[in-house]
Write a protein that binds this ligand. Sequence first.
Ligand code: ZN
Length: 354
Amino acid sequence: MTERTMVPIFDGHNDVLYRLHTAQEADKVRLFTQGAPAHWHIDLPRAKRGGFAGGMFAVFTPSPELADASPTKPSIYSINEPLPPALPLDEARVMTIAMASILFDLDRAGVVSLCRTTADIQAAMEKDIIAAIFHIEGAESIDRDLTMLEALHAVGLRSIGPVWSRPNIFGHGVPFRYPSSPDTGPGLTEVGKALVRTCNQMGILVDLSHLNEKGFRDVLALSDAPLVATHSNVHRICPHARNLTHWQLGAIRETGGMVGLNFETSFLSPDGRESADTGLDLMLRHTDELLEWLGEDGVGMGSDFDGASIPDVVEDASGLQRIIEAFRGHGYGDELIEKIAWKNWLAMLEKTIG
Ligand code: ZN
């Protein structure tokens, strides 16, 4: 792959901050810069090799009663298990601050650029520095009065998934359940609705990827921003509760919203199983159908790197151009490829965070 043919990727979701936080190595900047362990998905050398130009960097607090909890691990949250219980505020707060501070350290070291606006992302991409949007996956660290939301926004937070796959004061997540409709529980609470309204006012993107269908309907009814699911796939192909039904895809399109293609094999495979030999053909099938339902402006990448089991054919961030090659081979033109690779995310962020 020559430098000339490399298409930059701006990605909807990764969990590398969680990996960095849980790593033994004390110097997280050095770990990220000099190369993380082989089974990780993102570090600086791999980002450079694969054209990973940036994305939403998630801060995630695991449920402590689940040993080895990781942001997406259907093998641990095995199929049809009940949702883990709600997390205490203090615990989530400690974790959120610790993981955010890793992002601040990476920014200070000039390894990534913590971006507050779309213009910041463009500037970072021009300088070839990884552009990071500070995202929270599961808003357990935020109190009912939303004071923490203000504090986090002031230090750069620009995107929130109100729930991960468990309940909290804002709403209810979807379980890792297959086969299952995403209609698995009650909708947003009153505080959840207030959170969405406040995010709209503050220019914080609301991510629907882990929200159940009733919560999704509540956001549709009250949000004035385009609907976004940063890392989800097509339910008709893989009927997992984490994937989006045609009705949901239609609703997202109506609002001018978008969806990031998730690389997690159990959200790609029609049988809902994790399988390292999942092929690019299946990623193309989901992308084709997302394009059909959302249009060319509504589809991006949502790798779930460092929180998911990724097909061997992609392996990690260094393999991103293999997906680009598959798009080319499948007949997507250069313009469409650039939209899916990064331009659609930047356009969406321009409309939501400014
Ligand atoms: Zn997730």
